[in-house]
Write a protein that binds this ligand. Structure first.
Ligand SMILES: *[C@@H]1O[C@H](CO)[C@@H](O)[C@H](O)[C@H]1NC(C)=O
Ligand SMILES: *[C@@H]1O[C@H](CO)[C@@H](O)[C@H](O)[C@H]1NC(C)=O
Ligand SMILES: *[C@@H]1O[C@H](CO)[C@@H](O)[C@H](O)[C@H]1NC(C)=O
Ligand SMILES: *[C@@H]1O[C@H](CO)[C@@H](O)[C@H](O)[C@H]1NC(C)=O
Length: 442
């Protein structure tokens, strides 16, 4: 017994030193780890770049099999918290890898035979380019003569968003900043799940698994994403922002001054987690996670359905008032995805005359705005008038709640509305109903 324990202890020590040598800050070669890789220099396996304040380290690592080597960036205080991986789909199979910066300002990860396992795909003539690991965790390649940024790791996220990174897209170029899951916790290869910002209607962060939409935060309402009101309660830790500019629509967060590190990680199964580092106990605490509950499953209750986590007896789905299940037999079998249809037809002619009215569904995450029409400059009253005058408009809501009151701006939905649920501090959605249905409510 004793011998077995001793052996296990020894094995533990060996493993510890093995990992310590794989991950330790490689100050050996140069004496002091630098944050910069300049032209003509290189980083070999065991060497690292360390950001000026020491927060981030770039180097080689193996999350799983020691024979698979990756180049990545991790939190120095938590070496297995990898926030960026270069060669995620092309691991090196030994420790002969080397990162070089070439005469065109490109970063190249070479294997022992000089083959590129990964490159930053930059061409140009920047003979004096250098790569620097910034204190933000961003690896930036700059042209030393002009100072312009040639390439940066923040533009190529892996499965993690850290402070200052963007999740979004550039409407001008179509370029996208999105997260892609790892294949497994010990395998950074490109996995099935993606987290992107949908910019077609209002900005909305959407998780996909393959080609299936799994979860969305709900549209940005100026203060938070409509389905995640609790976002606003973490302002002592980090601040959230959605930037809307001609060349950028993006979600960005920043750690509050003096607050510990936080990161948003997309897991292998598509769960997004907000983790905050506790420096005293050296653990990452989970602050938020999505999807949170059954009502977060995308379009769970189908078109014109409404999800309520407190109605377990109907398996959480009901139809919006004025609508009934398309298939009552399926609903009775708790299959709600087929959705709901209108009880009474609308009465509207396209010269603008209508007897229809609107019913407020209060306190909800707004429906998917993919095909919705958005006008940030309209008032809520104008929105109602416009929706009323357009027979294909089935619902409207305020786009921005910052001003208080009923909010401002206008989102109008045509066709169907999907993925509506009750949330705390939810918004008001005005659904078009026939006058006869409204009469029943009076
Ligand atoms: C990396 O740098 C070392 C020392 O300067 C040099 O001997 C080696 O050839 C370089 N390797 C590559 C691939 O550039
Ligand atoms: C670089 O370009 C090649 C070929 O176009 C592509 O296969 C590879 O994924 C690109 N690498 C990166 C890091 O974008
Ligand atoms: C938006 O329209 C497209 C094309 O008609 C459709 O496939 C998609 O399901 C619609 N999205 C929503 C959220 O209604
Ligand atoms: C009604 O709204 C739809 C969607 O926004 C739009 O395409 C259509 O032109 C509008 N119709 C009228 C008569 O304004």
């Amino acid at each position: 017994m004793e011998e077995a324990t001793t052996n296990i202890f020894h094995l533990g020590v060996v493993i510890f030193f093995f990992y310590a040598s794989l991950l330790s800050v490689g100050t050996s070669a140069a004496g002091v780890a630098s944050d910069t890789l300049s032209n003509g220099r290189n980083i070999t396996d065991g060497d690292t770049l360390v950001s000026a304040g020491g927060s981030f380290t770039l180097g080689f690592f193996s999350p799983g099999l020691p024979s698979r080597r990756y180049l990545g960036i991790w939190f120095s205080a938590s070496t297995d918290a990898v926030c960026w991986v270069a060669n995620r789909d092309s691991p090196l199979n030994d420790t002969t890898g080397v990162l070089v910066i070439d005469g065109t300002g490109g970063l190249l990860l070479l294997d022992g035979s000089g083959q590129a396992a990964w490159s930053s795909n930059r061409t140009g003539l920047f003979s004096s380019a250098a790569a620097q690991l910034l204190e933000s965790g961003n690896l930036v390649v700059r042209d030393q003569s002009g100072g312009g940024i040639i390439w940066q790791s923040f533009d190529h996220p892996s499965n993690t968003l850290i402070a200052g990174m963007r999740l979004g897209r550039n409407p001008r170029t179509g370029a996208e900043w999105s997260l892609t899951s790892w294949r497994a916790p010990d395998d950074p290869a490109t996995g099935d799940c993606r987290r992107v910002m949908d910019t077609k209607g209002l900005p909305d962060c959407v998780s996909w698994r393959g080609t299936a939409k799994k979860y969305r935060t709900g549209p940005w309402n100026g203060l938070w994403f409509s389905g995640v009101p609790e976002m606003s309660s973490y302002s002592s830790m980090f601040t959230n922002q959605v930037v809307v500019k001609p060349d950028e629509i993006a979600y960005v967060f920043d750690d509050a001054p003096g607050a510990p590190f936080s990161r948003l990680v997309l897991s292998e199964v598509g769960v997004i987690q907000r983790l905050v580092w506790d420096p005293s106990s050296k653990v990452w605490n989970t602050f938020a996670q999505a999807p949170r509950d059954v009502c977060d499953d995308y379009a769970k209750c189908g078109a014109f359905g409404l999800c309520n986590v407190n109605t377990a007896s109907t398996l959480f789905c009901t139809c919006i008032v004025g609508f009934s299940p398309v298939s009552p037999s399926q609903w009775s079998m708790r299959e709600a995805i087929g959705g709901c249809r209108r009880n009474s037809p609308l009465e509207c002619s396209n010269n603008g005359s209508t007897t229809d009215g609107f019913m407020a569904v209060r306190g909800v995450k707004l429906p998917d705005t993919d095909n919705a029409t958005v006008d940030m400059s309209a008032t809520l009253e104008q929105c109602r008038t416009r929706c009323s005058a357009n027979c294909s408009c089935v619902a409207y809501a305020a786009a921005d709640i910052r001003g208080g009151g009923g909010g401002s701006g206008c989102v109008m939905w045509t066709g169907e509305i999907v993925d509506v649920r009750y949330v705390d501090k939810g918004q008001d959605l005005y659904v078009r109903l026939a006058n006869s249905e409204l009469a029943l409510l009076r």
